[in-house]
Design a protein around this ligand. Structure first.
Ligand code: SF4
Length: 152
């Protein structure tokens, strides 16, 4: 496995993490429907118990794999939250996640789409060096307060 992973770097660590993931899947007879049949909090706990799966990865699987309404806090979400000055934008992972989830109470199924849109927006417009000139978020209702030209 290490030979196959060599081009990706950190091959020793990655191969061990893949083994850990495979061990989890084996416990569920490689049946993703069985793994994903757990409720979101239990599934998250199951995934986080695997050495090598962190909160962002666990929530990505819970959201995009199992289809639960969970907000994934990645570097893009963090960057946009900071620039738009969302509540708890600087807080630790779970506080920001819960804060966004609570804000979307009632339309929870849109959290995956929201995260996807944030990723696209941050790749194309709200880059490290943001292209504010072409950004719709500087207009009402969001009125992005980020000082133009700075980078985070
Ligand atoms: S106005 Fe600039 S900083 Fe604000 S969201 Fe748009 S690109 Fe990002």
């Amino acid at each position: 496995m290490q030979e196959l992973l060599k081009p990706a770097g950190f091959f020793r660590v990655k191969s061990q993490r893949l083994r850990n993931l495979l061990a989890l899947l084996e416990r569920y007879d490689y049946d993703l429907d069985r793994l994903f049949s757990q409720k979101a909090p239990e599934l998250r706990k199951t995934l986080l118990a695997v050495n090598g799966i962190g909160k962002e990865t666990a929530d990505s699987i819970v959201c995009y794999g199992a289809g639960y309404p969970v907000f994934v806090v990645d570097a893009y979400a963090r960057r946009l939250a900071k620039r738009l000055q969302w509540q708890h934008h600087d807080a630790e992972y779970d506080l920001l996640r819960k804060s966004v989830e609570q804000s979307f109470n009632g339309v929870m199924e849109q959290l995956g789409e929201l995260h996807g849109l944030i990723v696209v927006h941050c790749k194309e417009v709200c880059r490290k060096k943001p292209l504010c000139v072409q950004c719709v978020l500087k207009q009402p209702p969001l009125n992005c307060p980020f000082p133009r030209g700075e980078s985070l």
